[in-house]
Design a protein around this ligand. Structure first.
Ligand code: 6GU
Length: 242
């Protein structure tokens, strides 16, 4: 997969992608992440990328020309005409594990990071194929959001995670939060690992984990339960726990 990021601060991406799983994926040739400075696509002497909002109001708006030209440069150099072009903006639809999985199925992605008070709406209307937000809070720019999206997408690419890091058990992978994990020692400062995990009984362990996932999700994120199918027994666990 190739991911092109159009932004105003491409240096921000150096360190986050120089480590850990994204770096290993790049070294193995599973992904290539390239960040571009939108300012390089401005034409005037001052490389202007923003301007005052029509109609007045506070702040500056990212101009459409350099954003379109940067995206067109990427489209031509990758020869990809129908890959997703995602605008990162607090007004976008909420990013999720499901959206990460959808994006990971493409061989090319373009991410556009908004900045200032906003981006000229013609970018959303006529260039982006999707607008995403990573949560209900305001960041100073889309760069951090783009990093979040890249990380979540790259770890789903085939071959990126080893079998010891499987994505199948992740929180959100099945719509529920992940069950609690323990490692050695068996007793730490008097706190013991739940005995079932030491039993070697795989069916009992799986049942315990499922119950923990269901109860934790009901307690912390009951909203997630609207989108999962629970058995009668699982619904009874929740009622008993209330
Ligand atoms: Cl994608 N951008 C900005 N500026 N703030 C955000 C966001 C994106 N997602 C959540 N907050």
């Amino acid at each position: 997969m190739r991911i092109d990021i159009l932004c105003l601060f491409p240096e921000m991406f150096v360190s986050p992608f120089a480590h850990s799983i994204v770096r290993r994926a790049e070294e193995r040739g599973l992904v290539e992440v390239i960040s571009h400075n939108i300012r390089d696509f401005a034409h005037d002497r001052h490389a202007t990328v923003d301007d005052y909002p029509y109609g007045g109001g506070a702040g500056m708006v990212l101009k459409p020309e350099p954003v379109f030209e940067a995206a067109e440069y990427v489209r031509h150099s990758t020869r990809s005409s129908d890959s997703p072009v995602v605008l990162l903006t607090p007004g976008g639809r909420l990013f999720s594990q499901g959206i990460a999985a959808e994006l990971s199925a493409h061989s090319h992605l373009t991410l556009i990071c908004g900045h200032y008070e906003g981006v000229d709406e013609r970018v959303a209307e006529h260039l982006a194929t999707d607008e995403l937000s990573i949560g209900d809070y305001v960041l100073t720019g889309g760069e951090l959001a783009a990093m979040v999206v890249v990380d979540a997408v790259v770890r789903l690419l085939p071959g990126v995670l080893g079998c010891h890091e499987s994505a199948a058990d992740d929180s959100h992978a099945d719509g529920l939060l992940e069950y609690p994990q323990y490692t050695r020692p068996e007793e730490f400062r008097g706190w013991r690992v739940p005995p079932v995990l030491l039993s070697g009984n795989h069916a009992e362990i799986a049942a315990w984990r499922r119950r923990q996932s269901v109860l934790k999700t009901a307690a912390r994120r009951p909203d997630l339960l609207n989108n999962v199918t629970l058995s009668d027994k699982e619904r009874a666990w929740i009622l008993e726990s209330l």
